[in-house]
Design a protein around this ligand. Structure first.
Ligand code: MN
Length: 239
């Protein structure tokens, strides 16, 4: 049956070859001639310090994505960890970078897709950093630094973010319900698909016809996780 696949929050890195292998297995097992498109909704990598950071690990991932994108469209939305992925890397993988929010036609119905960090509006510190780090001047400044400096910055940022998260309420770390309703109304959709929170679920927001739904993709820390959408409906799958 024709279907579209969505994944996010794989947090791939050279330090976790098991998850990279799980991703390659996913591609081998799940992509077939009925797959219409693959959407990667951010935090595909644990961190990204610039397209010039060439490693054997990155080459492996490029090769895998390239082979998929030669058969079907692959789309990518930045997450809060890999927002520095640029056109150069996208081109190498044969994938299309989408803006941070996008309404797509999904078997006749519009769906809003995004990474999901922009929905966590109660995390004020993060929202402030987000505005800064998505600006052109900040990115140009960071990318001008030598690779070894950027690598050190990324390591520090990951350590700091882990510490900051431990002190925060789980409510702050989740999406703001009002922001969800707001974004869905603004974009005129009944379906929102995002990742980021690592709380995979299909939420019924409004029991109307058609249903108002928010689908949260799962992370790949301990197992693979993806969403299959067909004309009949949606299914979250663990592997
Ligand atoms: Mn995230």
């Amino acid at each position: 049956m024709p279907h579209t696949l969505f994944i996010s929050d794989l947090h791939l890195s050279a330090e976790r070859p098991d998850m990279t292998e799980a991703f390659f297995t996913f591609l081998r097992q799940r992509i077939n001639q009925d797959t219409d498109a693959l959407y990667i909704l951010g935090d595909f990598f644990e961190y990204w310090i610039g397209d010039d950071d060439k490693t054997p690990f990155h080459d492996q991932v490029i090769k895998a994505l390239k082979s998929v994108s030669s058969k079907l469209p692959v789309y990518f939305i930045h997450g809060n960890r890999d927002f520095l992925i640029g056109q150069k890397f996208a081109k190498q993988c044969g994938m299309t970078l989408l803006p941070e929010q996008q309404v797509i036609a999904l078997y006749g119905s519009p769906a809003l897709i995004m990474h999901g960090d922009s929905l966590c509006t109660l995390d004020l510190d993060y929202m402030k950093f987000r505005r800064k780090s998505r600006s052109k001047w900040w990115q140009t400044m960071i990318l001008a630094l030598p690779l070894f400096v950027r690598r050190r910055i990324a390591t520090n940022a990951r350590r700091k973010s882990k510490m900051a998260q431990q002190g925060k309420d789980s409510e702050i770390m989740d999406v703001t319900p009002y922001e969800v309703i707001n974004q869905m109304a603004l974009n005129g959709v009944d379906l929102l698909i995002h990742g980021h929170t690592h709380r995979p679920a299909i939420h019924i927001i409004e029991d109307t016809d058609p249903l108002q739904q928010r689908i949260v993709l799962g992370d790949w820390y301990t197992q693979g996780s993806y969403l299959v959408c067909t004309a009949q409906g949606q299914e979250l799958v663990k592997m």
